[in-house]
Design a protein. Structure first.
Length: 67
């Protein structure tokens, strides 16, 4: 299993999605599902890109900067 940091350019602006998946294909499929559940009216996803991928071990994390 891997921890993915995914950046999404959508009609609502930039989004960052952190999720766990077995591979890249499952990660991309999961992004769509999570974004749809987050919004009442799902935005159009213009671009989706994996920024980081880490194997899950004890203590695996991402540091998120606020902009």
């Amino acid at each position: 299993m891997y921890l993915f940091k995914i950046e999404v350019d959508s009609s609502e602006g930039a989004l960052t999605v952190i999720l766990v998946a077995e591979n890249e294909e499952q990660a991309f499929q999961a992004v769509d599902q999570h974004v749809e559940r987050h919004y009442l009216y799902p935005p159009k996803l213009n671009e989706v890109a994996i920024v980081e991928k880490k194997r899950i071990t004890s203590g695996t994390a991402y540091v998120m900067e606020t902009r």
